[in-house]
Design a protein around this ligand. Structure first.
Ligand code: SOE
Length: 379
């Protein structure tokens, strides 16, 4: 058994999701030869990092990420801090020969992404970006069905990610909890934060995107900035919709907003092929809906597959309870961590690598360019 010593940077919501995942892997994937060990956690807030280490079981703490990446007892650097830090940390960690697991989106823009992908490739270190929804069993099942040819030629792909947590003008920008609203920390708004998930899943399921035309809007133009205490212009996109053409000839339609009153995290996709359609909804994440035109006419209709079966029928589910008992959001991170550990054993890259995630970054950038130019953008 090889211990893979994790050095986590960032004690926020994502730091918790990743720590929980590493703790669960040895319990639910006992056959893996690589076992994650929570070696060190780093955050600039000394009180916060100490409490986090105790709560999740990290052996030690750091308050300077540079010290963490230089430590010889760290194998994997896990980047769970605001997007503006991803590039610098990843490039420095690769230079130290560390493997890297980076939160999404990969970075602030494609120029940074190119540098990051080149750095991990030059160093020859394992790398992955945390687009966790790929590893929801129902989403993985959709991938297997599409790849088997069940849907035939694909005509349409549509996807939404709708939230409502910014609808009040009193939500500030910047700081630990609301950095996603600060363009200097996040790079963009819903495009990099939410549509990036839709785009990663779309590329995985339906292939590359070649042209886009988009519109964005910033509904609330000024918000108080946590760091200055002053009202400042909002530089992010609050909402974004775009049309696209995929390499396979199908047409795509995407929408994301943080102003869809009543929707908390409504990530959905639907794909229509010549023989069948599939749809999925994060609020009902263990179900995959399928319409199969080859079903006999009298009973033809949408069926709702409860993706909880064993016997190899449903991805990852054998690991958990008994058929019919569902799992949740956090399990996608456990699957991701387990697949990463497995890849270290086999030496195969674990997708999405930095290079894979750069494709999503390029679509996000084309979407934002198209919205500001008011024209189609080519990839
Ligand atoms: C934003 O609210 C957010 O937390 C994203 O940053 C995550 O990536 C997404 O999975 C849920 O929503």
């Amino acid at each position: 058994m090889t211990k893979i010593r994790i050095g986590l940077i960032g004690c926020g919501f994502m730091g918790r999701a990743h720590s929980n995942a590493h703790n669960r892997v040895p319990n639910f994937f006992p056959e893996l030869k690589c076992k994650p060990v929570l070696q060190a956690v780093c955050d600039s807030n000394a009180d916060c990092v100490k409490g986090f280490a105790e709560q999740w079981g990290y052996a030690s703490t750091e308050t300077d990420w540079r010290k963490l990446i230089e430590r010889p007892d760290i194998d994997v650097v896990e980047i769970c801090v605001p997007n503006k830090y991803h590039r610098e940390i990843a490039v420095a960690a690769a230079a130290q020969g560390k493997m890297i697991l980076c939160e999404k989106p990969l970075c602030m823009n494609t120029a940074e992404g190119e540098e990051m992908a080149a750095a991990v490739e030059k160093a020859g270190v394992a790398n992955m970006v945390s687009y966790n929804y790929r590893r929801m069993p129902a989403v993985s099942l959709a991938k297997a069905l599409i790849d088997s040819g069940k849907l035939g030629r694909i005509y349409h792909y549509r996807s939404n990610f709708l939230q409502d947590w910014c609808i009040s003008a009193s939500v500030p920008q910047g700081g630990d909890s609301t950095w996603r609203l600060d363009v200097g920390s996040a790079g963009s708004g819903v495009t990099g934060d939410l549509l990036a998930h839709c785009i990663d899943t779309a590329i995985w399921l339906n292939g590359g995107i070649k042209t886009v035309t988009a519109m964005t809007e910033t509904f609330i133009k000024e918000r108080m900035h946590v760091e200055t205490g002053k009202m400042q212009p909002v530089g992010i996109d609050d909402a974004c919709s775009f049309l696209c053409r995929f390499d396979n000839g199908s047409l795509g339609l995407f929408e994301s907003t943080r102003y869809a009153c009543g929707h908390k995290a409504l990530f959905t996709f639907e794909i229509n092929g010549e023989h069948a359609s599939l749809k999925w909804d994060l609020h009902d994440l263990h179900r995959l809906e399928m319409f199969d035109h080859n079903d006999p006419g009298p009973v033809r209709g949408w069926r709702s597959i409860h993706v909880t079966d064993h016997g190899g029928d449903h991805p990852y589910m054998e690991r958990w309870w008994v058929p019919g008992l569902q799992i949740g959001y956090e399990h996608s991170f456990v699957h991701q961590a387990a697949d990463f550990m497995k890849s270290l054993e086999t030496g195969e890259p674990c997708s999405p690598t930095f290079r894979d995630a750069l494709k999503t970054q390029a679509v996000c950038e084309a979407v934002l360019n198209s919205a500001s130019a008011g024209s189609w953008a080519l990839l």
